[in-house]
Design a protein around this ligand. Sequence first.
Ligand SMILES: Nc1nc2c(ncn2[C@@H]2O[C@H](COP(=O)(O)OP(=O)(O)OP(=O)(O)O)[C@@H](O)[C@H]2O)c(=O)[nH]1
Ligand SMILES: [Zn+2]
Length: 211
Amino acid sequence: MDAVLEKVDDDFELKVSEVDAETRPSRAEAEAAVRTLIRWAGDNPSREGLLDTPKRVVKAYEEFFKGYQADPEEILARTFGEVAGYDDMVVLRNIKVESHCEHHMVPVQGTAHVAYMPNGRVVGISKLARIVEAYANRLQTQETMTAQVADAIEKYLQPKGVAVIVDATHQCMTCRGVKHSDVFTITRQFRGVFKEERYERQFWDLIRAQS
Ligand SMILES: Nc1nc2c(ncn2[C@@H]2O[C@H](COP(=O)(O)OP(=O)(O)OP(=O)(O)O)[C@@H](O)[C@H]2O)c(=O)[nH]1
Ligand SMILES: [Zn+2]
């Protein structure tokens, strides 16, 4: 079996990096790969304007793919019980999504709406945005990202229900290939009480509400 895959465990779908320190290429190797791509594009990586480009691209990749270093369990570890008996859904709408498609490695941009029905304790609201980021900042399909966000909240918060909607455009569809602009892809996952029509409807109503 491929050394990289030996790390697969039960938590594979939710977990951290799939490449350990030993199998991860060095920064110099990553920069060399960018120089190869520049030559493949038809340009000269040694000309002045491109000299620092491999360094910049590798640094940008660190930012785009920092989700591999995030640990969803740690993000959701801290919860609060002092909520005066609050027992209704908590909804975050319009969480920015900046991801990259795993087929073409080009941007996927859009918004996520996340709700959960607390089971006594609540989590800091920023942590829900961090969970979206943890999965968006990886190579993704929209379906996988949507399911992973729902799975992580379900597993680590154990709420009465979770709802996740992602609404995004894929540059692999707008800037290349079929070149259809203005196409938004919507994916959704409803778990627990959000499978009930009334809660699903209330969630949709709340995310459509104007501020
Ligand atoms: N289901 C799904 N498909 C995606 C996502 N992002 C990109 N794709 C699609 O992945 C598919 C890859 O298809 P391929 O035929 O292997 O690649 P391709 O020749 O580049 O396809 P075209 O984009 O049609 O030119 C394309 O249809 C993309 O539109 C995503 O998040 N979810
Ligand atoms: Zn793509």
